[in-house]
Design a protein around this ligand. Sequence first.
Ligand SMILES: NC(=O)C1=CN([C@@H]2O[C@H](COP(=O)(O)OP(=O)(O)OC[C@H]3O[C@@H](n4cnc5c(N)ncnc54)[C@H](O)[C@@H]3O)[C@@H](O)[C@H]2O)C=CC1
Ligand SMILES: CCCCC/C=C\C=C\C(=O)C/C=C\C/C=C\CCCC(=O)O
Length: 250
Amino acid sequence: MSGRVSGLVALVTGAASGIGLATSRHLLKSGAKVGAIDISTNLKSTCDALGKEFGSSNIAYLPCDVSDDDALKSAFKETKEQFGSLDIVVNNAGIFDEDNWGKLLKVNLQSVISGTYNAMELMSPDKGGVIVNTASVSGLSPLPFCPAYSASKSGIIAFTKAMKNNLELRGIKIRINSICPAGVETAMVMNAGKVIMSMPQPIIAAATASAGELMKPEFIAEGIMELITDASRNGAILMIEPDKGFTYVE
Ligand SMILES: NC(=O)C1=CN([C@@H]2O[C@H](COP(=O)(O)OP(=O)(O)OC[C@H]3O[C@@H](n4cnc5c(N)ncnc54)[C@H](O)[C@@H]3O)[C@@H](O)[C@H]2O)C=CC1
Ligand SMILES: CCCCC/C=C\C=C\C(=O)C/C=C\C/C=C\CCCC(=O)O
């Protein structure tokens, strides 16, 4: 799968808000059909609004907790059943909740791994497909104010790199890439700000020191689209920062 996404079928997790919503909009605007997965009650109104703008037959409303493997598998199957194929998967849903680190690992890392295996099962062996996993700069340079979150994102990067080689060695025509943004202006960051301010003072100071200008979710969606459409990108880790823009890292 390469080049244009028009007529292709995509699935996006965390589609009700932030980066997932911006990516779903980008895909729909480019002519793809989108299976929109999220746990949020906002998903219905989001899908209704996207349906009005891009055509209700182009968006599938799939409420689902990505940390529930069976529910996630059903939502993947539903997308293929509704639209006839599965070509693009963006494993993007995530939470920032150090106090509930067990849940965090399930949502941020386990769901990316199970989403990748679901994609491998459902994508066409002939046509192939492309997977993009949302990590973070914290997966490249772990941050002291979010150790479990950083570990989940490092795990996504390691999994993406290893799975790229696994797929290649097995001759499976699926590309897999990961995106690593710094701070993005979304609900996650707005909520995390309050939590960080209740941490010990030296941690607050470290967090404040690493906080840069926040990027728009649409800018990150452009990076995800680049990883989807550029057929030369496989096993790519794309870091996105406000000052430096897009940088591919080893
Ligand atoms: N905002 C930021 O600064 C950055 C965010 N990221 C990552 O980007 C991804 C998207 O986050 P944002 O758009 O920033 O946040 P967001 O909070 O706006 O969107 C996250 C979406 O995931 C959904 N979600 C959470 N738990 C879920 C579950 N169990 N099942 C299904 N859906 C669930 C939420 O309902 C929400 O709609 C996350 O993986 C996050 O870690 C990465 C780097 C920077
Ligand atoms: C200080 C406010 C940080 C709020 C953090 C909340 C969620 C962040 C999720 C991320 O994945 C992003 C992680 C860190 C972003 C903040 C700054 C990193 C800048 C470092 C860099 O550009 O290299």
